[in-house]
Design a protein around this ligand. Structure first.
Ligand code: PBG
Ligand code: ZN
Length: 331
């Protein structure tokens, strides 16, 4: 009996790395990566972060060396997270953050692009992203926005290229844009954490920044971060941020929300940044440490997903490897 054959329809194009490369529809470049940087006040040595191998919280004096190392690996865009030495109830002191920005921009100038995360959760005793009422069970929108505006102005004055508000208060983008423009900082970019979901995947970050919410009557951020069950809220509030003056719209977490990235891509022509957050990074690292997947290939696969869904900018704790991994990756 004659052996049955089945015509090759799709496997020819998959057969060789050459044809896999030729047929690629999305491309990655380290030039569109942003590296998060943590720096804590009062430390003399860097410290490692639980769950985030390869990521460190830098001492103030060692931050510039870390930036230099990243620049040597092709990364020149950063998202800074300043961690002050002491937490407070109010009267927040942003001088450490401003000093970091000033020192870094003095050293590197326009060779780098420095965005700074703008939020209060690393500053407050209760770990919430703004000012609470006296019962500590509600986050007060109107009381929080002016504090964020003051913080943004101090960062802009210190030389920040970009302000990245991650607090999720209503009206903060408009208020910050207006204040920046009024004080002559109209060239400072706003990258809004526009579609920021209430997520478990920020765990290692909160551990690193000592910023987990811990008010007895308010242990979560669901009253200000977006519900994973309400993607329409993410699109609507992103478009609201765009209308208020956001220049870059961020979706966060990234890998679990590619549907949101794709919807936002269709709804807006602003650049979209996808933030592959601490827990997402940690999950890959934990599997890699067990030999259950290949680290570089796993990160690249995530980055391809973010690109496919429509993100141009990728914020990743592995950004420092992007240039090398992309150069040598096998398709
Ligand atoms: C501060 C902030 C958080 C992250 C970025 N900015 C934590 C949070 O909202 O609890 C998370 C980043 C990450 O997990 O990598 N509001
Ligand atoms: Zn916060």
């Amino acid at each position: 009996m004659e052996k049955e054959t089945y015509p090759l329809t799709h496997r020819r194009i998959r057969a060789q790395s050459h044809t896999r490369e030729l047929s690629a529809e999305v491309h990655l470049s380290h030039r569109q990566f942003i590296l998060p940087l943590f720096a804590e006040e009062g430390m003399t040595a860097n410290r490692s972060i639980n769950g985030l191998p390869g990521v460190e919280v830098y001492a103030e004096s060692l931050l510039r060396a870390a930036i230099e190392e990243a620049m040597n690996k092709g990364i020149n865009k950063f998202l800074l997270f300043p961690i002050p030495a002491a937490k407070r109830e109010g009267n927040f002191d942003f001088s450490f953050a401003a000093r970091l920005v000033q020192v870094v921009k003095q050293r590197f100038g326009d060779a780098i692009w420095l965005a700074v995360d703008l939020c209060l959760c690393s500053y407050t005793t209760h770990g919430h992203c703004g000012v609470l009422n006296t019962h500590e069970d509600r986050l007060l929108n109107h009381e929080t926005v002016p504090v964020l505006v003051r913080y943004a102005l101090e960062l802009a004055d210190a030389g920040a290229d970009c302000i990245a508000p991650s607090d999720m208060m209503d009206g903060r983008i408009g208020a910050i844009r207006k204040a920046l423009n009024k004080d002559g900082f109209d060239e400072v970019v706003i990258m809004s954490y526009a579609a920021k979901f209430s997520s478990q995947w920020y765990g290692p970050f909160r551990d690193a920044c000592h910023s987990a919410p811990q008010a007895a009557a308010l242990m979560h951020r669901k009253s200000y971060q977006i519900s994973p069950f309400h993607p329409g809220d993410a699109i609507a509030s992103s478009l609201r941020d765009e209308a208020e003056g956001a220049d870059i719209l961020m979706v966060k977490p990234a890998g679990l929300y590619t549907d949101v990235i794709a919807s936002l891509r269709a709804a807006s022509r602003k650049p979209i940044a996808a933030y592959h957050v601490s827990g997402e990074y940690a999950a890959i690292e934990a599997l890699a440490a067990q030999g259950l997947l290949e680290r570089a290939a796993a990160h690249i696969e995530v980055w391809a997903a973010l690109r496919r869904s429509g993100a141009g900018i990728i914020i990743s704790y592995a950004a420092i490897h992007a240039q090398h991994w992309i150069a040598v990756m096998e398709m």
